[in-house]
Write a protein of this length. Structure first.
Length: 98
């Protein structure tokens, strides 16, 4: 049987002086934390000059997309290393058994 899905709930967050209602089945505190990250990024870009909301949002998205891409590359490299080590351990175990 599948576990019962978490109930969805509404979380109100403020990003760059705008309030949003997010529907989530995740931990509301995590949604608030993520909204805080986006808000901080947008505000940091806005401090660098006369940047409107749209430009600050796009720059924040690009920053987060770059972080995601880097993490995805790191994860792919880690998976390759784990697979390689698993093969090596398997070969050593086969040798030890024989």
């Amino acid at each position: 049987m599948d576990p019962t899905p978490a109930a969805k709930q509404q979380v109100r967050v403020t990003i760059y002086n705008q309030t949003f209602t997010i529907v989530t089945s995740d931990d509301p505190a995590e949604v608030e934390r993520l909204a805080g990250v986006v808000d901080d990024l947008m505000r940091s870009y806005a401090k660098s000059g006369n940047i409107d909301t749209t430009r600050a949002a796009v720059l924040a998205c690009l920053h987060l997309a770059d972080q995601l891409r880097t993490i995805e590359h790191d994860l792919a490299d880690l998976k390759k290393r784990v697979e390689s080590k698993s093969r090596q351990f398997s070969e050593l175990l086969d040798q030890a058994i024989d």
